[in-house]
Ligand binder design. Structure first.
Ligand SMILES: *[C@@H]1O[C@H](CO)[C@@H](O)[C@H](O)[C@H]1NC(C)=O
Length: 136
């Protein structure tokens, strides 16, 4: 009985916890989703962006007081332009998805929206923090 309870608690905490990717695990997911070289962005650059934006943490959320928007998930995608969180003034929701979809353990939606981000004229430069750190 006690063992069962402990197991139950372990399972519960496992479902609540954020998924934090390992570097190589992330790289292989991104490669499988054909992100390597997508609009000229190499696989190491994608991994570098995820590292500096979220530390590979799928549930990272950060508030931007200037635009009153939030950045979501492993690629820190902004509610100002890309996703809808229902509380961002003049949010555009270009990726047509709820921001919480970008916080899932499964990063399919984050990848899908990131592809849309780099297709924009400013492309990879959308990830401002990465100018400094990532070699494009
Ligand atoms: C991932 O991000 C969430 C939300 O900010 C945080 O609660 C959690 O501690 C982070 N996990 C790690 C391993 O940093």
């Amino acid at each position: 009985m006690k063992a069962l309870l402990t197991l139950g608690l372990l399972l519960l905490s496992a479902t609540v916890q954020a998924k934090v990717y390992e570097r190589c695990e992330l790289a292989s997911h991104l490669r499988a989703r054909k992100l390597h070289g997508y609009f000229g962005v190499s696989l190491p650059s994608w991994v570098c962006i995820a590292y500096y934006e979220s530390n590979y943490n799928t549930s990272a959320i950060n508030y931007n007081p200037v635009t009153k928007s939030r950045n979501y998930g492993i690629f820190q995608i902004s509610s100002r332009y890309w996703c809808n969180d229902g509380r961002t003034p003049r949010g555009l929701n270009i990726c047509r998805m709820p921001c919480r979809a970008l916080l899932q353990d499964d990063i399919t939606q984050s990848i899908k929206c990131s592809k849309r981000v780099v297709r924009d004229p400013q492309g990879i430069r959308a990830w401002v923090a990465c100018h400094v750190h990532c070699n494009y």
